[in-house]
Design a protein around this ligand. Structure first.
Ligand code: ADP
Ligand code: ZN
Length: 358
């Protein structure tokens, strides 16, 4: 068992991130120290339900819990106000009250949506995160961000609602399609780039063996989760430290938006990270060798191998929108070295235009 504590300053209580192979069978024991009510609602999507819900529910039942399953359609579309209402009414119809706990079993979509419902239902229910995608394990399930999308923008409506526990079972990943694995790999590299060069080395040395070697996979997920946990504990909301998690995302988000979200998040972030490495050469003194090593690592994992297929003008226009929201400045996370990041404000658009992937 690997374990870390997300120590939060202020009023909110700290919580643990626990990781072990096969943990999904033993969730009842994981919940025991939290003294939650026995009645528990597990929210998931139809794909994860089909693959994994039986085992999770059986384990909870065997451990003395009374779990009820709620499912939403898979995919980003479920991060909607409609689903918030539908889940809330379903919870009411099934007798949920202010003592009920919610468990999010799924990827970032299920986690963000369930988190939002948990923060709103009768002003707040306890939430357990059980991430089933690599991206959710190393990123989305930790830190307490919840959100749904509106037609105007992604993640526009959201809250901070910290989970009581994050329980990670890497075995869920055995059914995860390669495209979704790559989305998570991009976030693992991001964590390494901003905080831990050694994590990059480890991923590089493992290469394609990463998903075959249980022990290494567990360790890599744990290291990346620990980086995320360390950053959100230092800075629970959106100060400069937490902003470091945006490495590759300034341009990544613009690419996603300009592609009308056809480009997968991991691919967009990978292109964004390469652009940020190039900017770091110019603005924060990243060495040529470190830059090349970073780009090679990204490409070797099957990321940013092809041009994003989005006109650079559209990407720059999307960046311009973002710029308005940040008081007229383009803000980038750049590297001094692999594992050492800083926030750079006022990056000229002309310079960005030179590194936009094409
Ligand atoms: P993310 O975690 O990247 O934000 P989603 O929550 O949308 O993304 O999950 C991505 C897709 O992977 C969804 O279609 C979801 O149903 C599916 N999925 C989630 N976990 C698993 C799993 N362990 N095995 C197979 N498919 C999964
Ligand atoms: Zn991301």
């Amino acid at each position: 068992m690997r374990e870390l504590t997300v120590a939060l300053p202020g009023r909110e209580s700290s919580y643990r991130v626990r990781l072990a192979w096969g943990l999904r069978h033993r969730l009842a024991a994981e919940l025991e120290p939290l003294s939650l009510p026995r009645r528990l609602f597990v929210v998931t999507d139809q794909t994860v339900a089909r693959l994994h819900a039986d085992q999770v529910l059986a384990g909870l039942k065997a451990g003395g819990y009374d779990p009820h399953l709620l499912t939403v359609p898979p995919g980003e579309k479920s991060k909607s106000w409609r689903q918030v209402t539908a889940l809330t009414r379903e919870l009411l119809a099934r007798g949920a009250d202010r003592t009920t706990a919610l468990m999010a079993l799924g990827g970032g979509v299920v986690g963000d949506l369930t988190g939002l419902v948990a923060s709103l239902f009768m002003r707040g229910l306890p939430l357990i995160q059980v991430p089933t995608t690599l991206l959710a394990m190393v990123d989305a399930s930790i830190g307490g961000k919840t959100a749904i999308n509106l037609p105007e923008a992604k993640n526009l409506l959201g809250t901070f609602h910290q989970p009581r526990l994050v329980a990670i079972d890497p075995e869920f990943l055995q059914t995860l399609p390669p495209r979704e694995r790559r989305n998570g790999l991009a976030e693992i590299l991001k964590a390494g780039f901003i905080r831990e060069a050694e994590l990059l080395k480890r991923v590089e040395n493992l290469g394609p063996r990463l998903f075959q070697d249980r022990e290494s996979l567990a360790e890599v997920i744990f290291r990346a989760a620990a980086i995320k946990a360390g950053i959100v504990a230092a800075d629970e909301r959106e100060g400069d430290v937490r902003r470091l998690l945006n490495f590759g995302h300034t341009l990544g988000h613009a690419l996603e938006a300009a592609s009308r979200y056809r480009l997968p998040h991991g691919q967009a972030v990978a292109h964004g990270m390469i652009a940020a490495l190039c900017l770091s050469r110019r603005l924060t003194g990243l060495s040529a060798g470190a830059c090349e090593a970073g780009v090679r690592l990204i490409r070797n994992l099957g990321l940013a191998r092809r041009p994003p297929g989005v006109p650079p003008e559209a990407v720059l226009a999307a960046l311009g929108h973002d710029k308005k929201r940040q008081a007229g400045e383009l803000v980038f996370v750049l590297l001094r070295d692999l594992g050492a990041a800083e926030i750079v404000r006022g990056v000229p658009l002309e310079l960005v235009a030179e590194v936009v992937p094409r």
